[in-house]
Write a protein that binds this ligand. Structure first.
Ligand SMILES: NC(=O)c1ccc[n+]([C@@H]2O[C@H](COP(=O)([O-])OP(=O)(O)OC[C@H]3O[C@@H](n4cnc5c(N)ncnc54)[C@H](OP(=O)(O)O)[C@@H]3O)[C@@H](O)[C@H]2O)c1
Length: 376
């Protein structure tokens, strides 16, 4: 199988290394980068026309990241009838419908195992479950950077700023950590998990999304004192006529399997009709775990396995199931109507729907508010 690779950074270089070691699965003929001087390999070019002019391409692997030009190149590949494997969750969450339709129209496969859970075969498993079952819900730790930060704060007592710096030094967090700590990266992954697991097409921007930018040592201590552990959780639940999707910090009971998923690991649980809960833990990012997932997709395509990526529209209902929420804010009085307990700047709410809380969150005027749901 003749392959061209778009992007040769952390993930792309890993893909190139594995494919070069396993030529039985295909040969990478051209590699697109921005700066060729940094890549001493005769296959490397900075000219996309040279890549797409390559004869007999069968598969395009996109590991560039960002929306453009990645989206345009993936479109172009599908329009030309090439199968595509991508690790780019941000781009795919934004253009999923358009690209899957294009893939279907042109008889191509568009695969994205590496987009969620890095090396964990999560997307594959969600699709496989549906051979027998309906996937009814999923939840998990799907961002390794925030899990690393929360683990450092919980286990080492590190302040947030130090834990973030350590995550950056260890290569887990970008110089601009916004996508991770504000929950957007997890939100792309929730959208793609809903596409693979529920067969629905959510508007990613409408998924409620709360991150850990304002988490404090006091929040971690509150969780600990109450036998809970704080994690950033992406979740989805499918009902007959709507779906609930959400990204939110969650104080998990210490007995919850996900509470023990530490450092930069990811942990995901799916609930399906006859299997019940099934959980998966592993490396959610990094060169070789992520490249492994990309290459598994390449092998599946080479073996002729096809995925049905088509999704149907399903309204999102952001009412969300009733929960107890922990809120820390300088505007505690604004939450009196929803509060079970107010203790200084901390509110523990009654069991309420998110839709009841949302107007209070929006009107309280505290940009540094921290919210987490509390597992009962
Ligand atoms: N890193 C991870 O652990 C991980 C895990 C899961 C998913 N992902 C996703 O995988 C994708 C790639 O991530 P990464 O960490 O490998 O990124 P990266 O290290 O920044 O590598 C990006 C590569 O794409 C090339 N590139 C970027 N823009 C380009 C353009 N306009 N024209 C030509 N080449 C271009 C870069 O070229 P130069 O080398 O010349 O700069 C580089 O080789 C992202 O979507 C990311 O979200 C990453």
């Amino acid at each position: 199988m003749k392959i061209v690779l778009l992007g040769c950074g952390v993930v792309g270089q890993g893909v190139l290394d594995i494919m070069d070691e396993h030529p039985e699965y295909g040969k990478v003929a051209k590699v697109l980068v921005r700066n060729t001087a940094a890549h001493p390999d005769s296959r490397v070019t900075a000219d996309p026309e040279e890549v797409f002019a390559e004869e007999d391409i069968e598969l395009v692997v996109e590991c560039m990241g960002g929306l453009e030009p990645a989206h345009t190149y993936v479109r172009r590949a599908l329009e030309a009838g090439y199968d595509v494997v991508t690790s780019n969750k941000k781009m795919l969450a934004a253009y999923y419908a358009e690209l899957q339709d294009l893939a279907e129209k042109n008889g191509c496969d568009l695969r994205y195992e590496a987009c969620v859970g890095g090396g964990i075969p999560w997307i594959h498993e969600l699709i496989r479950l549906q051979r027998i079952d309906e996937v009814t819900s999923f939840s998990g730790i799907i961002n390794g950077t925030t899990n690393y930060i929360l683990s450092q704060m919980t286990e080492q007592g590190s302040p947030f700023a130090d834990a973030l710096k350590q995550a950056q030094e260890a290569g887990y967090a970008e110089a601009d950590p916004t996508d991770d700590i504000d929950g957007y990266d997890a939100r792309y992954k929730v959208a793609l998990s809903a596409a693979a697991g529920f067969g629905i097409l959510p508007d990613t921007e409408k998924i409620p999304c709360w991150g850990i930018r304002h988490v404090s040592a006091g929040d971690i201590a509150y969780a600990r004192e109450n036998n809970h552990t704080l994690k950033l959780i992406g979740s989805g639940r499918l009902y007959d006529d709507h779906a609930e999707l959400c990204v939110m910090p969650r104080m998990l009971k210490n007995t919850n399997l996900l509470a023990s998923v530490s450092v930069n690991l990811n942990g995901l649980t799916a609930q399906s009709t006859t299997l019940g809960p099934s959980s998966y833990i592993g490396q959610g990012a990094g060169r070789y775990p992520t490249a492994h997932a990309v290459v598994q997709d390449i092998i599946s395509i080479g073996e002729g396995e096809r995925t049905a990526g088509h999704c149907y529209e399903m309204p999102l209902n952001n009412d969300l199931t009733e929960e107890v929420y922990y809120i820390r804010t300088s505007a505690a009085e604004a939450f009196r109507s929803a509060a079970e307990v107010i203790d200084g700047d901390v509110i523990i709410t009654k069991k309420i729907r998110y839709s009841e809380l949302l107007p209070l969150l929006e009107s309280c005027g505290d940009p540094e508010l921290f919210i987490a749901s509390v597992e009962e």
